[in-house]
Design a protein around this ligand. Structure first.
Ligand SMILES: Nc1ccn([C@@H]2O[C@H](COP(=O)(O)OP(=O)(O)OP(=O)(O)O)[C@@H](O)[C@H]2O)c(=O)n1
Ligand SMILES: C[C@](O)(CO)[C@H](O)COP(=O)(O)O
Length: 230
């Protein structure tokens, strides 16, 4: 089975507030993007990457690929106005009979185990959406009455990437017109009329969104590097 990872790095990182988009910030001694690409390439020898970048950062992205990776395995394309549009652009380079991982470039601590778990589940059921349980109590805001009420947290999960699908599901699903609720692939596939299957995500598979996330990622990476040394 062909395997593609569409790695979306087309955002500008407004919540991070850095001079360059967060996917290019340094984590330890390499750009955030480097770790994401490395893990996917190491997960399967025959996996190809479609890297989606902001138009104005394509040269910077290409420099990272040239410096660290086999550029025969990585294709670059330009992103769009929202994450949905960036995924749509990336999917144009994906083959028809394949398993497709769609992954946030800024979830750079993704593990090979999680990628394999998603692959196996997508082969079996057509989809795999990683998710973790919530640790905090959860409340719902009722805007109309300006009130709030507790929710049953055992019925709530936090959704991660790589969201993984057979291309025969994902490609037609992404022909749909954009809606604001399409914050991930699962919402698009559901709008296409299919259910998605959840798999256990990883606590450490965080999305670097705000400056504090970069500090957390740095600490997790340090721990991982220490455990590899021992
Ligand atoms: N038009 C966009 C917007 C986002 N992304 C990517 O989608 C992932 C998750 O998005 P998010 O964390 O929201 O990144 P940004 O949009 O860059 O951040 P912000 O919302 O703070 O501006 C990131 O890897 C980001 O680069 C993308 O490819 N194209
Ligand atoms: C795809 C995602 O990472 C799943 O949790 C998330 O929906 C991306 O959201 P963002 O607002 O674009 O960061």
């Amino acid at each position: 089975m062909q395997k593609y990872a569409v790695i979306v790095a087309g955002g500008t990182g407004t919540r991070m507030g850095s001079a360059i988009p967060k996917q290019f910030l340094m984590l330890h001694d390499k750009p955030v993007l480097y770790y994401t690409i490395r893990t996917f390439l190491n997960a399967f020898d025959d996996l190809r990457i479609v890297l989606v970048l902001p138009e104005e950062y394509i040269d910077m992205g290409r420099e990272i690929i040239d410096a660290y990776f086999d550029d025969n395995r990585v294709q670059i394309t330009a992103g769009g106005e929202t994450r949905f549009h960036s995924v749509q652009n990336g999917l144009r380079l994906v083959g028809k009979d394949a398993v497709v991982f769609v992954h946030d470039a800024v979830r750079c601590l993704v593990t090979i185990d999680l990628i394999h778990r998603c692959y196996e589940n997508a082969l079996e059921t057509g989809s795999a959406v990683p998710a973790i349980r919530v640790r905090d109590s959860v409340r719902q805001l009722n805007e109309e009455e300006n009130t709030n009420e507790v929710m049953d947290r055992s019925r709530v999960v936090l959704v991660q990437t790589p969201q993984t699908f057979h291309s025969r599901i994902l490609l037609p699903a992404f022909e749909i017109d954009y809606k604001e609720r399409f914050t991930d692939e699962a919402t698009v596939v559901e709008a296409f009329g299919l259910k998605v299957s959840l798999v256990p995500g990883d606590e450490t598979n965080i999305k670097i969104t705000r400056p504090v996330d970069l500090l957390i990622a740095e600490s997790i990476l340090k721990l991982e590097m220490q455990s590899q040394d021992n």
